[in-house]
Write a protein that binds this ligand. Sequence first.
Ligand code: GTP
Ligand code: MG
Length: 334
Amino acid sequence: MSGAVGQAPAAGVPSVRRSRDVPMLVERARAGDPRAVARLITLVESGDEALPQVAAALAPYAGQAQVVGLTGSPGVGKSTTTNELVRALRARGHRVGVLAIDPSSPFTGGAILGDRVRMQDHATDPGVYIRSMSSRGHLGGLSAATPQAVRVLEGAGCDVVLVETVGVGQAEVEVASLADTTLVLLAPGMGDAIQAVKAGILEIADVFVVNKADRDGVDATVRDIQGMIALGERGPGEWRPQVVRSIASRGEGIDDIAAAIDKHRDWLDKHDELRRRRETRAAAEIEAIALGVLRARIGSLRDGTELSTLAAKVAEGSLDPYAAADELLAQLRS
Ligand SMILES: Nc1nc2c(ncn2[C@@H]2O[C@H](COP(=O)(O)OP(=O)(O)OP(=O)(O)O)[C@@H](O)[C@H]2O)c(=O)[nH]1
Ligand SMILES: [Mg+2]
């Protein structure tokens, strides 16, 4: 763009697709323009330089949606369940946002494509926003990008945001901790009940959904989970995880899942737990952003001579690594 005469963009509407005009994008997202919502999430996802401005503009809308996380092993039926839950929530008149997050891959992969296909029932519904995202390039990683994307959807007027994540080790726990209510999906005969204990899933599940209840072994799976829940120690008034069966591919059991989500929401409200969870989440978010900034600055020191000078001293023994780290931190502050 060298500013050749006659190359000015068409007058009037600025292009939303490439825009960094944050006030304009937020205004349009508030008015329900799906392209503005999509663009804002892209800015968030890619860790764009406009991100702090986006965060500032969206801050007033924080906390307006109930955030429901769905997690579980690949193929257990998360997207199918999400699709059906969207239908149920829409029938109640809610505006719904869906974030399908792929924490394992920096690229938009096959699973996400599957999500699109399974959620296309709602593709033309203006009361539903569906978005796949990865945490590629984001300064604070997934734990910073997800709540910010949730805020975009809150800004767009969503009452409920469903966050789907594939259960892969730590990412599952990390993302689950970003939700108000976490659904862990299992299927009969996958050895999932045992896996769940191993991965610390028991602690994060507010509701267990035993999906694919049309398959053999569903009773045994339900019994296993109920046994595990019974073993857990719980004080009076503490939440006891619910167990619900579903056949998502036939839309069965979805009302029971919705009822369990409602019940958990009531419990959160009654025990001031919603505030506590959201503050914990905000703390993790701030920490992730701050650490991201620090890491980036240390990276820039690494490119310069400071770190290599210190490294040479530590390697030859004229400085210890703790003193060197102190010096590095002092340089970051200056
Ligand atoms: N038999 C049976 N199949 C189901 C049920 N729910 C979903 N499926 C099927 O299971 C397959 C995987 O479903 P998805 O909803 O894509 O599962 P997912 O957990 O989102 O998968 P990933 O995102 O790849 O981890 C699809 O072929 C669904 O049609 C169910 O209740 N019973
Ligand atoms: Mg899926």
